[in-house]
Design a protein around this ligand. Structure first.
Ligand SMILES: [Zn+2]
Ligand SMILES: [Zn+2]
Length: 166
């Protein structure tokens, strides 16, 4: 682990006290020490689920200029082992992080713009898909990624077709 715990404990400027307090409570109840980088990463993830580490670093660094990308990775790793965040890795995308954990939800990904959205578990409890032959495994989860064109990309590709065929 890096030394993120040595960062200052105050939450930084411009933050609603109630917001920081509830985020701090979430971090504390996961058994982690509350630090400014942890608060900032959790807040950024709340605002933008399915963010990658670089995007989170951009947001966090804007509010806490002393924070390194490595510190953000350290925060994400500690959140991951504490069960606060889930990491997904759709093919062709960097690892994405989200706070919605433990419900075995799936993701729908746009093949054109790589937008990612949540879709509920196909049946409601894990694993939502029973394999035809589980080979004796005690199956705990099924990870499903649906691929397609998002609404915006459907509109944009349709209008491109129109302009290329006048
Ligand atoms: Zn799209
Ligand atoms: Zn999700």
């Amino acid at each position: 682990m890096t030394t993120i715990d040595s960062s200052s404990d105050h939450a930084g400027p411009g933050l609603a006290a109630a917001d920081s307090e509830s985020l701090a409570g979430i971090i504390r109840s996961a058994g982690l020490k509350v630090t400014a980088p942890r608060l900032a990463v959790l807040r950024a993830l709340t605002a933008a689920p399915h963010s990658n580490a670089d995007a989170l670093f951009g947001v966090v660094h804007a509010g806490l200029p002393g924070t390194s990308l490595q510190a953000v990775y350290g925060v994400l790793a500690s959140f991951g082992s504490a069960g606060l965040v889930r990491k997904i890795e759709p093919a062709g995308s960097p690892a994405l992080f989200e706070r919605r954990v433990g419900d075995n939800h799936h993701h729908i990904v746009c093949t054109r713009c790589h937008a990612v959205h949540d879709v509920d578990c196909a049946v409601g409890h894990a694993p939502c898909l029973e394999p035809a032959d589980a080979l004796g495994f005690d199956v705990r989860a099924a990870e499903v990624t649906y691929w397609g064109l998002c609404v915006q990309c459907q509109l944009e590709t349709a209008s491109q077709l129109e302009t290329s065929h006048p």
